[in-house]
Design a protein around this ligand. Structure first.
Ligand code: UN1
Length: 487
């Protein structure tokens, strides 16, 4: 496969339906680089409702045979795909940087992470254990066995164009489901690459189907009578709409949505460590992670010193072409996303936020947003404190006490992740008790996820079961309780 990939050619986009690569009959999609929109990376026809119907039908037809395929064999496809992904990490990492806008180092890291996730789930094939219970009745055992849901739809966002799909598709497949996948239409090339790796690994026809196209395809999918499960990561608005539709149809859904994650720096923290981790949490991937740090709570006595250090580090933070290795931060995903973020910053300032740092992106394209730190004065609402901007913007508040700091961390409708910086074990334990989030980091940045432990948020960040680790097995299978007696 590697020799068919070049960095300059426009890659033809294809859908994958029933094991065949087909051109979509819908509107033509051109995938461009947000750093340089002239630069067309991939292009082709998008999927229509009819393609979704064909994909769902193919997934349904393939479901029984795939469910009957031994788990170890299903895992084998994943480990072979992982090897293909690893072999292409440099090229696909560059493509990711061009198509999504994160740096090459992050893009390559993400490609390798996708391979790691597939490898992890390939080994999960050895662990789909059920349970055996004793029975209150003589001569009987009660078994709880696990079975796939059936046809699962996977709807994924732009910001991790290969890792998030991998952590949904891999468990869906290894636990015996067939998949219809709709990636974000702004990152179709990386979707194509993951699907190619699985096809090249020998995955049977119909087991994975890829439909690239507009958001409206999500409606077609969620309202399809053959749908047995839906896993979604993306915006809160779309997630709630899909959750409502799935609930109406009685289809299980796992939806991972917004975040407004706080980092809390207490007065006894290692400030050097905290500055680095806040910098990475807030500005890596241009702040476009649902786990990114977008709120910062500083205890009064260290606040000025911390802001000074952070501004010094940000002054060295290079923004520019994400494929240039000296650059720390690329553009956001599109010109319109950048315009929305800039409007959000202006609104925050109009509401009283005080700029503490504003980077310089002059001379760069319209998708570049300057790294921005805004201090929110005491009291009063502020949009930068409340809303997820999904960009390189950090809203800061000060707190007098640990209790006040933790209360500010909880001051959000979201509850995905939080980072607390302290060297005091008692305060760390207190944070575990009092901060209401799905993921808590003590002395490390708010972003990051490992495949063997649950991932997901509290409050309005998530809906339905969490992802990854044992949680993935819970979501992608259902149980049959068997009362077993001899005749
Ligand atoms: C990470 O923090 O490395 O959409 C992963 C997102 C999350 C994934 C975060 N679902 O940003």
């Amino acid at each position: 496969m590697t020799e068919t990939i070049t960095r300059t050619e426009i890659v033809p986009l294809r859908l994958l339906i029933d094991g065949r690569w087909v051109e979509g009959t819908g509107r033509r999609l051109e995938s461009t680089s947000p750093a340089n929109p002239e630069n067309v990376i991939a292009a082709g026809g998008t999927a229509t409702g009819r393609d979704v119907q064909a994909a769902m039908a193919a997934a349904r037809t393939a479901a029984a045979e795939w469910a009957a395929t031994p788990m170890a064999e299903r895992g084998g496809y994943l480990s072979r795909a992982a090897a293909i992904i690893t072999a292409n990490a440099d090229v696909w990492g560059t493509e990711l940087a061009r198509e999504e806008g994160k740096t090459f180092a992050e893009g390559r890291g993400e490609v390798l992470r996708a391979a790691q996730i597939l490898t992890y789930y390939s080994a999960e094939s050895d662990r789909m254990a059920g349970e055996v219970f004793s029975s209150p009745r003589r001569g009987e055992k009660i078994l709880v066995t696990r079975k796939p849901l059936g046809v699962v739809a996977v709807i994924t966002p732009f910001n991790f164009p290969i890792a998030i799909p991998a952590w949904k598709i891999a468990p869906a497949l290894v636990f015996g489901n067939t998949v219809v996948w709709k990636p974000a239409s702004s990152v179709p090339l990386l979707a194509l690459r993951l699907a190619q790796a699985l096809v090249e690994a020998g995955l049977p026809a119909g087991v994975l189907n890829l439909v690239i196209g507009p958001g409206s395809l999500g409606n077609e999918i969620v309202n399809h009578p053959d749908l047995d499960g839906l896993t979604f990561t993306g915006s809160t608005g779309v997630g709630r709409m899909l959750a409502a539709a799935a609930a109406g149809a009685g289809v299980p859904i796992q939806a991972e949505m917004g975040g407004k994650n706080a980092s809390v720096v207490l007065d006894d923290a290692d400030l050097e460590l905290a500055t680095e981790q806040v910098l990475f949490g807030a500005f890596r991937s241009t702040g476009q992670k649902c786990t990114a740090t977008s709120r910062l709570v500083l205890q009064d006595s260290i606040a000025d010193a911390f802001l000074e250090r952070l501004a010094e580090r940000l002054a060295e933070w290079q923004t520019g072409d994400p494929t240039d290795s000296s650059v720390h931060m690329g553009p956001v995903v599109s010109d319109s996303a950048a315009a929305d973020i800039r409007a959000g910053i202006a609104a925050a300032v109009a509401q009283g936020a005080i700029p503490r740092f504003a980077g310089d992106v002059s001379g760069l394209g319209p998708a570049f947003v300057a790294p921005t730190v805004l201090e929110i004065p005491e009291g009063g609402q502020n949009i930068a404190w409340r809303d997820e901007f999904f960009g390189p913007v950090l809203a800061v508040r000060r707190a007098a006490t640990t209790a006040e700091a933790f209360a500010l961390a909880n001051d959000s409708e979201f509850g995905l992740s939080c980072a607390v910086f302290t060297q005091d074990l008692t305060k760390a334990l207190d944070a575990m008790e009092s901060i209401d989030v799905g993921i808590l980091h003590v002395n490390s940045e708010s972003a990051g996820a490992d495949p063997h432990v649950p991932f997901g948020g509290a409050k309005k960040s998530g809906y339905g079961p969490k992802e990854q680790g044992g949680a993935a097995r819970e979501f992608f299978t259902h149980t049959t309780t068997v009362y077993l007696r001899g005749a």
